[in-house]
Design a protein around this ligand. Structure first.
Ligand code: NAD
Ligand code: UDP
Ligand code: UDP
Length: 311
């Protein structure tokens, strides 16, 4: 199959491409390198089945493919809040263009949506039926509402134009290749601990998240794409930790002397998050296999190598 991955030079996209290439597919990676990097996909550059196109998805493009994994969008609060209007454009105009492409090609289209569509949830754990509690005018809205309209677009193209959609609601995912300056919590704590800096816990660290290792997530995306259910489907690891527990785990693994420093909690920060993955289990026969401590070990190793080679 010929497969398009938008955002393929990013964190999740590049791991997905590794898997698709290993499975013998032809892969086109579309990316404007906003938060993605050539180094993430460098090993495929000379491969005859791989193609890289530098392109901003807010502009139309014509290509010929069988499947589209639509991942292009900055995912870390620091990056998506840096230029919020651009984040909205990427989610609205970019998703519209990729759905227009899927419609013309009759290609299957998978949207990488997010647990952020649930906002600061009043239902715990979050099931796909829960409609969310999102602030439409806050600093996270460009991303949360952007992804909500991206889901709306996907379902309207499905109903109106019979586009063959799949919608994944991805929960916090971590692993090798996250950017050192990414701003997300796992990479921040690991980089801080490796550099001997204090770990910055926002608020009192009592807010919770559930962290999925990237290889598990990629398996879920591929199962969803090639299965019969359109979704939405939660993909994430249901093991829930407070942010303080995460900080202590990283501290223990990297540098027991590292200090923990408490900083101001950003506005609209969700207080708790954990996926109900009943749908993924029953529809896709999928569930995560890598526990947090094992995934952290692999991620720490990757960051250690990168940080050492920079010094
Ligand atoms: P990432 O920032 O590493 O990757 C996003 C990629 O999209 C980057 O390579 C970036 O350059 C590219 N991109 C951004 N805007 C673009 C544009 N206008 N045109 C072309 N390319 C563009 O983030 P990630 O963690 O790999 O996330 C991938 C997808 O998964 C995103 O859609 C994100 O919303 C979703 N997601 C991720 C998580 C997570 O925890 N990592 C959780 C929920 C949802
Ligand atoms: N589009 C694209 N590539 C294609 C087909 C469509 O980028 O191969 C874009 C198109 O330019 C439009 C969007 O996708 O901006 C939606 O396309 P659709 O055909 O649904 O709507 P229309 O073009 O009729 O507005
Ligand atoms: N967080 C933190 N310290 C950091 C970065 C993040 O305490 O250095 C917190 C943040 O306030 C949030 C959680 O960790 O409660 C997860 O943040 P992240 O940006 O990784 O993802 P999201 O909030 O989008 O789930």
């Amino acid at each position: 199959m010929r497969i398009l991955v938008t955002g393929g030079a990013g964190f999740i996209g590049s791991h997905l491409i590794d898997r698709l290439m290993a499975d013998g597919h032809e892969v086109i990676c579309l990316d404007n390198f906003y938060t993605g990097h050539k180094r993430n996909i460098l090993k495929w550059f000379d491969h005859p089945y791989f193609e890289m196109i530098r392109h901003d998805i807010t502009e139309p493009i014509r290509l010929e493919v069988d499947q589209i994994y639509h991942l292009a969008c900055p995912a870390s609060p620091v990056h998506y809040q840096y230029n919020p209007i651009k984040t909205v454009k990427t989610n609205v105009m970019g998703t519209l263009n990729m759905l227009g492409l899927a419609k013309r090609l009759k290609a299957r289209f998978l949207l990488a949506s997010t647990s952020e569509v649930y906002g600061d949830p009043e239902v715990h754990p979050q099931t796909e039926d829960y409609r969310g509690s999102v602030n439409p005018i806050g600093i996270r809205s460009c991303y949360d509402e952007g992804k909500r309209i991206a889901e709306t677009l996907a379902f309207d193209y499905y109903r109106e134009n019979k586009v063959d959609i799949r919608v994944a609601r991805i929960f916090n995912t971590y692993g090798p290749r996250m950017l050192e300056n990414d701003g997300r919590v796992v990479s921040n704590f690991i980089v801080q601990a490796l550099r001997g800096n204090p770990l910055t816990v926002y608020g009192e660290g009592q807010q919770t998240r559930s962290f999925c290792y990237v290889s598990d997530l990629v398996s879920g995306l591929i199962k969803l794409m090639n299965g019969d259910y359109i979704g939405p489907v939660n993909l994430g690891n249901p093991d829930e930790y407070t942010i303080l527990e995460l900080a202590q785990a990283v501290q223990n693994m990297v540098n027991p002397d590292a200090e923990i420093k408490f900083e101001l909690l950003p506005s609209d920060d969700p207080r708790r998050r954990r996926p109900d993955i009943t749908r993924a289990k029953t529809w896709l026969n999928w569930q995560p296999t890598i526990p947090l401590l094992e995934g952290l070990k692999l991620t720490i190793e990757d960051f250690r190598q990168r940080i050492d080679s920079n010094n």
